[in-house]
Every structure is written in C-alpha cells, then in structure tokens.
Design a protein around this ligand. Structure first.
Ligand SMILES: Nc1ncnc2c1ncn2[C@@H]1O[C@H](COP(=O)(O)OP(=O)(O)OP(=O)(O)O)[C@@H](O)[C@H]1O
Length: 365
C-alpha cells in the first residue's frame, strides 16, 4: 500500500454555492470551473514526486485538495487515501489529527501564510500545542528552538515577527512549521517562488536533505520542470486539470512521451548536464480556460504534432511500453494485459526521432 493514493480525483469550483452539485446536475453547470479532472497517482513512503505544469493547470488546487483546504465552493469527487484512510470521507476531528502530524503543507509566498502580528516561535509552536495538549510551554519553546536550528536559523529568532525576517528566512520558518509534528508527507507548493536563485537553491537543498534524513515523502509543486527533475524521483506533468504524463524523473524530463511533456522539457535547461547545449524553446499560446475546454485532447490547439483525431479523442493515461504505445487512448481498452512498461504513464505518445530531439524541438528547428 502506498502512503498516498489519489484515485480519479476531480475538483470543480462551483459558480454558485446554492446551485445543485455537479453530481446531482449530472454535469458541471454554467460558470463552474473543473480545475482537476480525474487525476490518479500514488506516492510511496520516502518517495519524492514533482508536479509540474503551467500556471492555471490545477497544481495548487490538487495540493489544497490533498489536505481538504479548499474553499466551500470546491466540489470534490474520487478518493484520496492517506495511509489507508480516505481523506474525503473522514470526520473533521480525524482530519485535524492527520493535518500537521500525518501530512503538512508549505505554501507559496511565506509572507502571506504567516501571521504578521504573531512571533514566529508562537506560530511554529501552535501545531505542537494542538496535537500534544499535554506538552508544556517550556518544552514547546525548546522544540521550536530545535526546529529553527534544524532549518538553519538561530533559536533566538523565535522572538522575531515575520516582517523582521528575509524572504528566505520566512520560507525556512514555514518549513520548520511543516516539520513541527513529524509528518510522513510534506506537500510543498512552489516553496521557492519569489526567492532569488541563490536562496532558491538553499531552500531546495534544505528540503531535500530534511526529507532524506527523516524519510518523509514529498509532493513538490512547481512550474519549473528542471528544478523538479533535480529534486524528485518521479515527475507528473499536469495540463488543463489532468496528469498527462507521469514516470521516473529522468525519463519524463529526458525523453517525455507526451507532446506537452516534450514542450515543457524543451523550455527548461538541464541542470548539471553541460552536454545538453541546446536552444530553449518556448511554447506558443496559453493553456485553455478550464471553464471552456476544447473538444478532444485539451492540448491539441497548441500541439505541434497533432493528428486528425486529436480534436475528437481525449486520451486517458496508460502505462507505456517502450515506445510502442498508441496515442488514441482507446487501443488498450478491453485487453486484459497491460504492457509491462518502464514505470511511465502517458496520455499520448509520440516516438522520439533517432537524433534524440523531441518532435517539438524538431518542428521549431
Ligand atoms: N477559489 C476558486 N474559485 C474558482 N476558480 C478557482 C479558484 N481557485 C482556482 N481557480 C481556478 O482553477 C484553475 C486552477 O487553478 P490553480 O491555482 O489550481 O492552478 P495552478 O496550476 O496552481 O496555477 P499557479 O501555478 O498559477 O498557482 C484556474 O483556472 C483558476 O482560475
């Protein structure tokens, strides 16, 4: 059993809370935003999964859904199993126990996530107080000091207010808070957004070493595929609310099968690979408005290698077997045996040419 099992998760932001639910209506209503559409993935204990995609593809919605932190207008269906328990059906009391101690989250933009008028020591101590009411003030203070030192800040900074810290220091405080109750999983949503590159690197190294040291699982969200490829074991690529490709980080970043995965990989440099001196390629156009998705594959209007049926068929995610999997999403249906594959799943496959250039790179060469 995996630590986290997400099965066919959908999240729809309703235009009106008074309207009947999408389930009761049978389909999404006018103005509803289907932000996450049938996402499934698993995360094992100690594993690091990176979730990448352009702005608006549903990454933060996914992250917030995992801890049921979405606003009331969000309607969720599917399953989110954490350590065997379904988070979507569990009681609020049980959910409170799972948050922080089972799974915790590091939000993007620490300044907006911290309470501006409370000392950071009190903020880091809060989850400890909530989860262990018998622990006294002196012990909490000792533990907070320890956590601050663990993330590279002096224990005395516990008395500081958020505005007295730099952006990087505030992000370290967020990480200390996420670690306060020894969680099994940390969800880090763009943990280095708005930090300069040097501090970004320090924070990423810190997260990496802490999760490795403590065996914590990590779900890291970013639009920066190269950072994720460098930090995570596995990568999942999201587009228009769906995971379109998922697999070992090196495979997805180095030889993506889905044209969107290829386009995203072509837009980022390969960290630590000086041999890969290639021109970075931008991807023309914007992701679709989730409330007004194109028919067929949502990526087809921007796809450099689309075929005739791409505006008709919306392929589902299938395990790939080497490079032989068809991309119509239908061919495996009804067949008992799935291909053995190499641990990669993709919603569409385009064979990489022999010169190793992705088709997207080749088209724009
Ligand atoms: N509270 C909300 N109500 C209605 N729609 C929302 C809400 N929050 C997000 N959305 C919409 O859901 C879609 C997915 O947004 P989300 O923030 O999850 O994307 P993202 O990939 O995390 O983007 P970014 O990288 O910019 O944070 C977007 O179209 C967004 O406008």
């Amino acid at each position: 059993m995996s630590l986290l099992e997400v099965k066919d998760l959908t999240v729809t932001y309703r235009a009106s809370t008074s309207a009947a639910s999408p389930e009761k209506r049978g389909s999404a209503g006018a103005g509803d935003v289907p932000a996450v559409r049938g996402v499934s993935f698993t995360l094992d204990a100690g594993q690091k999964l990176g979730l990448a995609g352009e702005s608006g593809c549903g990454k933060s919605t996914m992250a917030l859904a995992l801890l049921r932190l979405l606003p009331k207008t969000a309607h969720l269906t599917g399953e989110i199993r954490f350590d065997g328990e379904d988070l979507l059906t569990m009681s609020w009391g049980r959910l409170r126990a799972v948050r922080w101690a089972g799974a915790s989250i590091v939000f993007q933009g620490a300044m907006h996530s911290l309470n501006a008028v409370q000392r950071i020591g009190a903020q880091i101590g809060e989850p400890i107080r909530l989860h262990s009411p018998k622990v006294g003030d002196a012990e909490i203070r000792r533990r907070v000091g320890e956590l601050l030192e663990h993330v590279g800040l002096p224990a005395r900074r516990a008395d500081a207010y958020p505005h007295e810290l730099s952006g990087g220091q505030r992000q370290r405080v967020m990480i200390a808070m996420a670690l306060a109750c020894d969680p099994q999983l940390i969800v880090a949503d763009e943990p280095t957004t708005a930090l300069d590159v040097m501090i970004q690197a320090q924070i990423l190294t810190l997260i990496e070493s802490l999760v490795a040291e403590q065996g914590i699982s990590l779900l890291m969200i970013s639009h920066d595929l190269s950072v994720l490829a460098d930090t995570c074991d596995r990568l999942a690529i999201m587009y228009a609310g769906r995971i379109v490709e998922e697999g070992p980080a090196a495979t997805v970043f180095g030889a993506a099968r889905h044209p969107y995965g290829q386009a995203l990989a072509a837009a980022f440099p390969r960290i630590g690979d000086p041999a890969s001196r290639r021109r970075l390629q931008g991807l023309a156009g914007d992701p679709p408005d989730p409330a007004d998705l194109p028919a067929g594959c949502s990526f087809h209007p921007r796809c450099a290698v689309r075929l005739g049926h791409c505006d008709l068929v919306d392929p589902s995610l299938w395990p790939t077997a080497g490079r032989e999997v068809p991309d119509d999403g239908e061919s495996h249906k009804g067949k008992g045996n799935r291909p053995a594959g190499d641990g990669t799943r993709a919603a569409c496959v385009r064979v990489l040419p022999d010169d190793g250039l992705s088709l997207v790179e080749k088209e724009s060469a």
